[in-house]
Ligand binder design. Structure first.
Ligand SMILES: NC(=O)c1ccc[n+]([C@@H]2O[C@H](COP(=O)([O-])OP(=O)(O)OC[C@H]3O[C@@H](n4cnc5c(N)ncnc54)[C@H](OP(=O)(O)O)[C@@H]3O)[C@@H](O)[C@H]2O)c1
Length: 357
């Protein structure tokens, strides 16, 4: 059955471009789900027009629709939009999500959904009261590669008993040369490696060491360290060790000061290990499984041509068509669990944002 979802894109920046690329490619491929980009909500109308041009959004690849360029408020009020994708820095998510919900829109909000758990709880409560679908855009969870790896490791048990995961998301941002107003350094924009990219190693520990989500999750405890920059006072180097109650360990790291290892995931079992590779560890597209007995490694590559946002977008279209208010792969409780862990890590290491007070 064809499902049509009419999207408003809030914020005409980097991640919104990558998201829209996938929607348009899916349309060009005549996929069953029709993703119509109906509006670009933007702080500046010329910038919104430039976004449409740069991303080549045309009637031909957008089901006959040329998106309108609107202010954020006009987007909230637009009756021709079903769902808004929020692609702005974290500190704006709360206010913009409230605007969308009050305008009766469903919401897909970029990660981290908010600066802390308290704000996320507030948004989920509002979404429920408005009977609107709300999801944090943790796209990594939806990649076919993740499903495939879990199938091999846990259903087929190809690497035996799994005991340990190493997961990293680090990149050299040349931090000291960036202005303190940059999104990577500005504390008022809730900058810091943990919230921006450290959320992914945390997510991998949730995906690869626990088959349950949200309130059903396997219990765990953790210890963490952050190094706070003396000038911008946020973390550009953080490490976390998690111990699940079934004994498994996750050793997680994130940094904007150094490049991470080529194999950003190493999942270790008694008979072998799995490695994942990517230029962007959020994009789970390529893994290899190695065996201690010298058997040929198993390799998987996602060569779909998508950035990878289409997987979450299609899941959401199905959910909304089914009348659901949250997604089973990342229910509200799972977002709250991870936000709570990040709150605790920041608390233990003295990283406080204005939104925490
Ligand atoms: N899923 C992923 O893998 C991934 C990757 C990168 C980023 N993200 C998330 O996506 C969000 C945006 O990241 P991005 O790299 O796309 O950011 P960006 O390009 O710097 O900014 C996106 C948009 O946010 C608004 N904006 C930026 N800086 C602002 C400021 N100082 N004050 C007010 N508005 C501002 C602008 O909206 P207008 O166009 O309306 O002016 C801008 O176009 C963040 O929450 C980030 O964590 C996710």
């Amino acid at each position: 059955m064809t499902i049509t979802l009419r999207w408003g894109i809030l914020g005409a920046g980097n991640i919104s471009s990558q998201f829209v690329f996938d929607l348009l490619l899916s349309n060009e491929r005549k996929s069953e789900t029709h993703h119509v980009v109906g509006s670009i909500g933007c702080s500046n109308k010329q910038k919104g027009q430039d976004f449409i041009t740069a991303n080549k959004i045309t009637e031909a690849n957008n089901y006959g629709v040329v998106p309108v360029v609107q202010s954020y408020q006009e987007l909230y009020d637009n009756p021709d939009i079903d769902i808004v994708y929020i692609g702005t820095p974290h500190t704006y998510h709360r206010e913009q999500a409230i605007g969308c919900l009050n305008g009766n829109k469903h919401v897909l909000c970029e990660k981290p959904m908010t600066v802390n758990k308290k704000e996320a709880e507030e948004l989920f409560a509002l979404a429920k009261s408005k009977k609107k679908f709300f999801m944090e855009a943790v796209w990594t969870r939806f990649f076919p590669a993740v499903k495939e790896l879990r199938q091999k490791v846990y259903d087929e048990k190809v690497i035996g008993e799994v005991h340990r995961l190493f997961a990293d998301f680090s990149y050299y941002a040349d931090v000291t040369k960036l202005p303190t107003s940059s999104r990577v350094r500005d504390r008022t924009l809730a900058a810091g490696a943990l919230l921006d990219i450290g959320i992914y190693p945390l997510t991998y520990s949730r995906i690869l060491l626990d088959d349950k989500v949200g309130d059903e999750h396997t219990k765990f405890e953790f210890k963490s360290f952050m190094t706070l920059d003396p000038v911008d006072k946020v973390d550009h180097l953080s490490s976390i060790i998690i111990k699940y109650e079934n004994g498994k360990h996750a050793i997680l790291s994130t940094s904007e000061l150094i490049d991470g290892p080529k194999a950003y995931i190493r999942l270790e079992g008694t008979k072998g290990w799995a490695e994942m590779y990517s230029d962007n560890p959020a994009r789970a597209k390529h893994f290899k499984i190695f065996f201690k007995d010298g058997r040929e490694p198993i390799e998987y590559k996602d060569e779909s041509g998508y950035n990878g946002f289409i997987y979450e977008a299609n899941a959401i279209a199905q959910d909304i068509s089914d009348g659901k208010l949250e997604n089973d792969t990342i229910p509200h409780a799972e977002t709250l669990l991870v936000m709570g862990v990040m709150d605790q890590i920041r608390k233990e290491n003295g990283l406080v944002y204005d939104q925490d007070n």
